[in-house]
Structures are given as C-alpha cells and as structure tokens.
Design a protein around this ligand. Sequence first.
Ligand code: AMP
Length: 110
Amino acid sequence: MAYDPENIFAKILRGEIPCNKVYEDDYALSFHDINPQAPIHVLVIPKGAYVSMDDFSAKASDAEMVGFIKAVGNTARELGLSDPGYRILANHGPDSHQEVPHLHIHIFGG
Ligand code: AMP
C-alpha cells in the first residue's frame, strides 16, 4: 500500500489540523486520541511517511527506529505512566481494522 500524504496524521504533522500534543522530538509526535478508549489514550507517530509497522520495520532507518521507540517511552514517562503501567498497541492492515494509514502506536493508561 502506497503512503497517502493526505491522511489525517500527515496533516497533523504538517500543522494543517490541530492536535492535543503530549510530546515531540526529531523523530516522533505524540498527541491525545480524539476518541479515547481508556482514561489516558495517546497516539505516537513517526515523523517519516510510513503506512504501518509493516512498512516502517521494512524501510525505516536504524536512527528512525531507535528514535521512534525512545519517543514511545518518553511519551509514557511524560504522562506519568511508568509506575502505574500502560498497554501499547499498533494495528496493521484491514484485518486489524487500521483506520489511519500512517503508523501509530496507541498508549492506553489509567
Ligand atoms: P487505528 O484504528 O489503529 O487506525 O486508530 C486510529 C485512531 O486515530 C483512532 O483511535 C481514532 O480515534 C484516532 N484519530 C482519528 N483522527 C484523529 C485526530 N484528528 N486526532 C486524534 N486522534 C485521531
């Protein structure tokens, strides 16, 4: 599946639509999910154009991979979730019901 630069998370990355930001660095942006499924529900997305974990794990550079994973941990710490704990999840493709075709890791807490 080719990357669609008009997907909603690409627009958030370009600043064309707003988000409720939690964390940002050179590799990733984190923001609150618009339709939370837990008391704390945050999405972490890489800044690069990757459809899903399948695409990212095949094509991203080592630096992008390290940066993205670190950003997931930094986001959870920023949210104060290290001690109480949290769940992470990423959907890839139709069988998972992935809705937005830009890689995102869900963080669920609380
Ligand atoms: P998935 O089913 O894994 O593709 O999850 C997509 C997630 O993106 C859902 O939990 C949506 O609630 C969330 N979402 C969609 N649009 C926005 C938006 N503009 N800002 C924040 N979260 C969004």
